[in-house]
Design a protein around this ligand. Structure first.
Ligand code: DGL
Length: 275
């Protein structure tokens, strides 16, 4: 039956639910505990020290739920906090989304030109440039911070004319010069997949959009197997949701990210400030 403890997953808000959805699809018999730090969103405009402190608190809360692994379903927190988290909680496996996102981008590009859309803090920290450079030094990378996408996604406006207008404005500098235009765009923020249809409408054909959800789920499956932590118990497979603010709103809007409805009474309000 294996190790029936849950996998802990966290993000600044609901964006990480796009990763949770991929985990659910890939690992149907794992229990999942998801924490959205909705009280302190966004992380993407905050300093590395602040985001690291928040990520450590989120991890402690998940460990109080006896999780066997932590998935940082937030690029911003993965970019700055994966090492301190893994060091502080070794041998707990800690999986981030930046390396899997970089791998998805490298696998997709035909022209060796990748664009990365992310939060300001992820762009500034350069984690994608390092991760892509380590996998494929021949690839050139252009990054574009898209802070407004986070607010649009959390508002539930990810797939409308306002999202398209924002996408057109953010994408213009990347595609102005056909000689440097990327053929692959990595959605380097877990909030952005809900904007993918609007972004695709702006881009037209010829550009591949990738995100880290599927490759992160594969990485988690491999880490479970490698650490002998997987379970195939068919009575397992639940999701539990924790939010640091507005659980009712989390349930209402979160379904857009998770791809299926979240019941209002399934979301528990938690406080990380003293953890
Ligand atoms: N979902 C987070 C990420 O992947 C960031 C959103 C925020 O700014 O809090 O980077």
């Amino acid at each position: 039956m294996g190790d029936r403890r849950a996998i802990g997953v966290f993000d600044s808000g609901m964006g990480g639910l796009t990763v949770l959805r991929a985990l659910r699809d890939t690992l149907p018999h794992e229990d999942l505990v998801y924490l959205g730090d909705t009280a302190r969103l966004p992380y993407g405009t905050k300093s590395a020290d602040t985001v690291t402190a928040y990520a450590l608190q989120a991890t402690r809360k998940l460990l109080a739920h006896d999780v066997k692994m932590v998935v940082i379903a937030c690029n911003t927190a993965s970019a700055v906090a994966i090492e301190p988290l893994a060091n502080q909680h070794a041998p707990l496996p800690v999986i981030g989304v930046v390396e899997p996102g970089a791998r998805a981008g490298v696998a997709a590009t035909q022209t060796n030109r990748i664009g990365v859309l992310a939060t300001e803090s992820t762009v500034k920290g350069g984690a994608y440039a390092r991760a892509i450079g380590a996998l494929a030094p021949e690839v050139s990378i252009r990054q574009q911070p898209c802070a407004l996408f986070v607010a649009l996604a959390e508002e539930g406006w990810g797939n409308d004319a306002i999202a398209e207008a924002a996408a057109a404005r953010y994408l213009k500098p990347l595609f102005d010069d056909p000689d440097t235009a990327p053929d692959t765009l990595v959605l380097g923020c877990t909030h952005f997949p809900v904007l993918a249809p609007a972004i695709a409408r702006v881009l037209g054909d010829g550009v591949t959009l990738v995100d880290s959800a599927a490759t992160t789920a594969e990485t988690v499956a491999a880490a479970l197997a490698a650490n002998d932590l997987a379970t195939d118990d068919p009575s397992n497979g639940s999701e539990r949701f924790l939010a640091t603010d507005a659980p009712e709103r989390f349930a209402r809007v979160g379904g857009l990210f998770f791809g299926s409805e979240i019941a209002a009474d399934a979301v528990e309000l938690v406080d990380l400030r003293h953890g």
